[in-house]
Design a protein around this ligand. Sequence first.
Ligand SMILES: NC(=O)c1ccc[n+]([C@@H]2O[C@H](COP(=O)([O-])OP(=O)(O)OC[C@H]3O[C@@H](n4cnc5c(N)ncnc54)[C@H](OP(=O)(O)O)[C@@H]3O)[C@@H](O)[C@H]2O)c1
Length: 411
Amino acid sequence: MTERRPRKFDLVVFGATGYTGKLTSEQVLQGTPSTLKWAIAGRSPQKLELLAQDYNRRFPDRTPVQTFIADLTEFSLEQLASSTRLLISTVGPYIKYGTGVIEACAVYGTHYVDCTGEFPWVYDMIKRCHKTAKNRKAIIIPQCGFESAPLDLGTYALVKCIRDELGCGVSDVTFAVHDLKGNVSGGTFETTMTVFEHATLQELHESSAFDALSPVKPGPEQPFRSPVIRDEHLGILTSWVNNTGDRSIVFRSWGLMDEGNYYGKDFTWKEYQRVSNWVSAIIWFIIMKVIIIVPLFAPLRWLARKLFHPGEGQGPTDEARRGHRVEWRGVAIADEDSENPRKAFVTVQSTIDPYSLTALCMVQAANSILHNTDTLAAQLGGGILTPATLASPELFRLLDRAGLKIEAKII
Ligand SMILES: NC(=O)c1ccc[n+]([C@@H]2O[C@H](COP(=O)([O-])OP(=O)(O)OC[C@H]3O[C@@H](n4cnc5c(N)ncnc54)[C@H](OP(=O)(O)O)[C@@H]3O)[C@@H](O)[C@H]2O)c1
């Protein structure tokens, strides 16, 4: 990777005092080389100092973590971006706080990873910052947490399996959340509400198109798919709220890889959730619609905040998280000239809870950007890219070792 001037740090976690930020630092401590020069950044010196003391006491053999005081002023973000090779940001809602952070990283050629799920904001960031990031050789990977790293990598694994074993592309991928136990943090809840306060209906509509983030437009035609179906491999399936955000990243990967030719020119993709029977399928379909509609209206946002907000900086307790898990399953159909094209099946199984999974994906993406020169992202050199452009056997091995198993096979 081209490095211009030496930087004080290899990696900085910005938002390190928050719920996801703390889990991210734990992943840095457990899953990066002990010689990594890193810092935790945020606006509260006291909170940062306490965390740094704890980390340095528990991990005496690592290069000590340092603290970096930063707020969201232009000057502060410039100082932050120019002091590190890579920045992980967990300061959200990103649509409210994140634009200046990405802009500074793009301008200073600083690699960047985050865990936003706010695809209207990512759509805007691509328009504003992709070119600068590419020119300055900053690899920027948004949506690299629960949304949308596991399924972007899972889709890549399916396509690679079919390419390697059958020598052709893929015509369709269907994913389902097979099993999920978890709860949302205050930051995630607030973000869901805030997106609808900051993006106009027109922006929401534009950025929801399946190919909104794809560098190749128009993307392949997506036929209508019933929101409730039965799949012979995945079971009874119904709508899932993350389909739009995950799909937008998958189609950016689709377009970044040989202009859509690697995945397949007629590639289609959809994500559902598995349910046990048809009645649940209908009930969940209605619940998903309500989850999408409520944040659109200010009085309903107010009511939702009053009734359901977990509290700022709060999230599932350590004990609760130990019982949380997630597994997705997916099926890809080979683009073969046959009445019965062959298929591949993937399990994307996290033995850790969704928030630790988010932290793991961001930290291993950062590791890959800093240390692996054999990825598509490294070849492209910079720009707003996707988790799948970091795919490598080493990344899959490190994720597997830490709790995310992605296994694809022909069925
Ligand atoms: N989509 C996914 O897969 C996924 C998964 C996990 C998290 N997330 C996203 O990650 C974000 C963080 O969630 P969370 O639950 O960790 O939130 P949180 O606990 O509220 O943490 C927010 C962090 O941002 C910092 N911050 C807020 N305003 C700031 C400002 N003006 N200047 C500097 N720092 C500021 C906070 O600092 P203080 O401690 O000083 O207040 C804190 O460190 C949310 O947007 C959430 O949606 C997404």
